[in-house]
Design a protein around this ligand. Structure first.
Ligand SMILES: [Zn+2]
Length: 226
């Protein structure tokens, strides 16, 4: 009997410890209230920014619950949020079939990498988690074709020129990726799109390696211009 009670006790503990990663209220996963708030961040037209010179498709606007979700994903060790956000991004992609139809095939999804030291600290690359969930839904293939060889200072507070300088040669294309996927068109995936400096730097090295790059898909687009 005692053993039975202990078992129920630890089950109850387990249940009580399960909480929403955004508001910490008891829930098995993200709670309905937070999910609703997250939905309010959705952009009415995700493909609105899909035009040259740098086509961007974004699921939501960076702020409110989406900003909190991305912070929890990156700084509070909540990788499960990456899955949810990746599925949201897949919805935005699947709701924009004209884009998919207009691109030169075959496509390959490449997450924007973190520097190895940073990834070790965090335990994962949030863009990769988002890309994996995105590819589960869209059935597109994914490959970690880029590496970030140089640690870059925080981009915040830098002028556009300083940002570009900061990121110049930060990325390099993986040799195996170059050989295996040479004829494919790359779709980059990142968590947040702000000024486009990171995307431009990644696109630059991919193009230098002979890849076609269609554009970048991001969960959130910040309003900031630059
Ligand atoms: Zn919640």
């Amino acid at each position: 009997m005692r053993k039975q009670l202990d078992r129920w006790g630890s089950l109850a503990d387990l249940f009580l410890k399960a909480e929403c990663p955004l508001c910490q209220r008891p829930a098995a996963d993200i709670c309905p209230a937070c999910l609703k708030q997250l939905q309010q961040c959705r952009l009415p037209q995700p493909s609105k920014f899909w035009h040259p010179p740098l086509p961007v498709l974004a699921w939501g606007s960076y702020g409110g619950a989406l900003k909190r979700s991305l912070a929890a994903l990156k700084y509070n060790n909540q990788p499960r949020i990456g899955r949810l956000l990746g599925h949201h991004l897949a919805e935005a992609w699947l709701d924009s079939p004209a884009i998919g139809h207009s691109l030169v095939k075959p496509l390959i999804v490449v997450p924007v990498p973190l520097h190895a030291t940073k990834q070790k600290q965090r335990g994962y690359n949030q863009a990769e988690l988002i890309a994996r969930a995105f590819c589960d839904r869209t059935r597109l293939p994914m490959s970690q074709g880029l590496r970030r060889d140089r640690a870059t200072e925080a981009q915040f507070g830098l002028t556009p020129e300083e940002r570009m300088q900061n990121l110049a040669n930060a990325f390099c294309v993986d040799d195996r990726f170059r050989k295996r996927h040479a004829s494919k068109t790359v779709l980059l995936i990142d968590d947040i799109y702000t000024t486009g400096t990171t995307a431009r730097s990644a696109i630059h090295v991919l193009r230098q390696s002979g890849f076609g790059v269609a554009g970048i898909l991001a969960v959130a687009k910040a309003e900031m211009q630059g």
